[in-house]
Design a protein around this ligand. Structure first.
Ligand code: FHN
Length: 447
C-alpha cells in the first residue's frame, strides 16, 4: 500500500535506459542528472520525514514585493524592466517588520512542518548574504540583514525544517547566455556570455546555501526556460549531496525526475493532473504539490482572488490521498509582514488539522485510489476514509485490503457498515458530518 523507493534492480534498469538514451540524445550526460545516484540512508530518512510531514509553507519573497503589483515575482519580465530600472528596487526594500519567530509561530499554528522560501528567484536577487555576488539583501538594501539566516535560526528554535527555492533561470546575470524563453533583450544584457561561468556562479551560491544554512532541501525552478541546454545537473547535484547527502533535491522542470533528484513536485494540480507536466509521469519519489492562496506567488496587493479555507483544507486532503505533500504559498509584503487574508486561512487550516491531523500526518495515500466521494489515506492497519462529497448518506468503498474490524469517526462515534462481495458500505453519521471533510477511521485485519 505504501509508495516504495525504486529497488536497486529498477534503478539499474533506469540507469541503463538513460545511458541508452544518451546514445541518441545530443544532450550531455551531465544534463541527465547524477547517473548512478544512490541515496544514502540519511537521505532516505529525510525522504521519510518529508512524506510524514505532509504540509509546508511556500514563501515567495523578494525586492519585487516593493511594487506588489500584477506580475508579482515576474514583474521584471512582465513589465520588460531593464536591469538598470529593476536595480532601483533593492534600495527601497527595508522589511523592518520582519519577525522570523512570528512567521514560525504562524506556520506551526497552521499545522505545517516546514518552510520552503525563495533564496533567489528569476530576478537573480539573492535573499541571503552571498560572497559570490553583491546583488543580495545584505549589500544592496537599507535593511542589510540576512533574512534566510534569521529564518534558519528561528526554524531551529521552533522545530521546523527549512528548504530553499532556488531559480536556475536568472534575468540579471550577464553570463546566462544564450537566453531562454524569458529575460530577453529588454534586460539590457550584452548579446554574449559564458554559460558555464554562469553555472559555476550558480553552483557557488548553492554551495553557500548548503554550507552556511541548516537547509533540508533545494527546490529548483526555471530549467523549463531552456530545457535542452546543458544544465550540468550531475555536477550540481553531486555538489549538493557532497555537502550533506541528506539534503533533498527537487526540480520543478515538469518532466520525469532525473537521477539525483529526491522528490518530485507538481504545480497547481495533483500529481499527474497538473497543467504543466509534459509527460504526466508520477515517479516513485516522495511527491509534493504547490498552490497559491490568491492567484499570485509573490506579493500582489491587487489580487483579491482568495481561495476559501474549505477549498484549501480539501486541497491538503486530496494531496494526501494522492500520496503527496501540500506546499501552500504566501507572498509577504515589503515590510516583512504577511497579509491578514492569508493568515486567517492558515489559522483555519490549523484548527482543522488539530482535530483531524491524525488522518493526514505520517500516512501514505490509499489503499484505494481517489473515488467519487473522496480519497483515502492509511497507516499500518488503519485506513482513513475522507468523505469530501457533501450530504452523502452511504458510501461504497472497494476492497480495503483486509476484513473490516470496526469503523468510527475521529470523535469516537460508531459508524455502521456492511461488507459485500463488491466492497463495503459505510453509513455517514449525519449529525457529525464535517463540510470540509468527514473522516471515517477503519481498522482492518490485514491479509
Ligand atoms: O516562474 C515560477 C513562478 O514564479 C513560481 O515560482 C512557480 C512556483 O512553483 N514556479 C514557476 C512557474 O512554474
Amino acid at each position: 500500500m505504501s509508495k516504495t523507493i525504486p529497488t536497486k534492480y529498477q534503478r539499474l534498469i533506469m540507469s541503463i535506459l538513460i545511458c541508452l538514451s544518451l546514445i541518441v540524445s545530443p544532450v550531455s550526460a551531465q544534463q541527465q542528472g547524477d547517473i548512478g545516484y544512490e541515496p544514502t540512508q540519511s537521505n532516505l530518512d529525510a525522504r521519510t520525514w518529508f512524506q510524514d510531514a505532509k504540509f509546508g509553507l511556500f514563501v515567495h519573497w523578494g525586492v519585487y514585493s516593493v511594487l506588489g503589483k500584477t506580475g508579482a515575482e515576474w514583474v521584471m519580465n512582465h513589465d520588460k524592466m531593464p536591469i538598470s530600472e529593476y536595480e532601483k528596487l533593492p534600495p527601497q526594500f527595508n522589511p523592518v517588520n520582519f519577525d522570523a519567530d512570528e512567521w514560525c509561530r504562524m506556520v506551526k499554528d497552521a499545522g505545517m512542518k516546514y518552510i520552503t522560501i525563495t533564496s533567489k528567484h528569476h530576478d537573480g536577487f539573492a535573499m541571503f548574504d552571498s560572497k559570490v555576488s553583491d546583488y543580495d539583501i545584505v549589500d544592496r538594501t537599507p535593511y542589510g540583514k540576512d533574512v534566510l539566516k534569521m529564518l534558519d535560526e528561528a526554524c531551529q528554535r521552533h522545530g521546523l525544517k527549512l528548504y530553499f527555492y532556488h531559480s536556475q533561470l536568472d534575468w540579471h546575470h550577464h553570463d546566462y547566455f544564450p537566453r531562454g524563453r524569458t529575460g530577453q533583450d529588454y534586460t539590457g544584457r550584452p548579446e554574449s556570455g559564458n554559460w558555464y561561468a554562469y553555472l559555476d556562479y550558480m553552483d557557488g551560491q548553492l554551495r553557500e546555501l548548503c554550507t552556511n544554512y541548516n537547509v533540508s532541501g533545494i527546490w529548483f525552478d526555471g530549467m523549463w526556460d531552456k530545457l535542452d541546454a546543458d544544465w550540468r545537473l550531475g555536477k550540481t547535484y553531486k555538489l549538493i549531496h557532497g555537502v550533506r547527502s541528506e539534503i533533498m533535491i527537487g526540480s520543478n522542470h515538469h518532466v520525469t525526475p532525473y537521477p539525483g533528484e529526491d522528490f518530485q513536485m507538481f504545480e497547481k494540480g495533483l500529481p499527474g493532473k497538473d497543467p504543466f507536466s509534459k509527460e504526466g509521469h508520477v515517479s516513485a519519489l516522495p511527491l509534493e504539490t504547490c498552490e497559491t492562496i490568491s492567484n499570485s506567488w509573490g506579493y500582489n496587493k491587487d489580487d483579491k482572488n482568495y481561495k476559501s479555507s474549505k477549498d484549501l483544507i480539501r486541497y491538503l486532503v486530496k494531496a494526501a490521498g494522492n500520496d503527496a505533500n501540500f506546499l501552500l504559498n504566501v507572498g509577504p509584503k515589503p515590510d516583512g509582514t504577511i497579509q491578514d487574508e492569508f493568515k486567517v486561512r492558515l489559522a483555519d487550516m490549523g484548527a482543522w488539522m488539530r482535530t483531524n491531523g491524525e488522518s493526514i500526518y505520517n500516512t501514505r495515500g490509499g489503499p484505494v485510489p481517489p473515488q467519487s466521494w473522496g480519497v483515502t489515506t492509511h497507516r499500518g492497519n488503519t485506513v482513513y476514509l475522507h468523505v469530501l462529497s457533501e450530504n452523502e448518506k452511504v458510501i461504497a468503498v472497494p476492497d480495503l485490503g483486509g476484513k473490516v474490524l470496526r469503523a468510527r469517526l475521529l470523535n469516537g462515534t460508531q459508524v455502521n457498515y456492511m461488507e459485500t462481495k463488491y466492497g463495503t458500505l459505510f453509513e455517514i453519521p449525519e449529525m457529525f458530518a464535517d463540510p470540509n471533510d468527514t473522516v471515517i477511521v477503519v481498522q482492518i485485519d490485514l491479509k
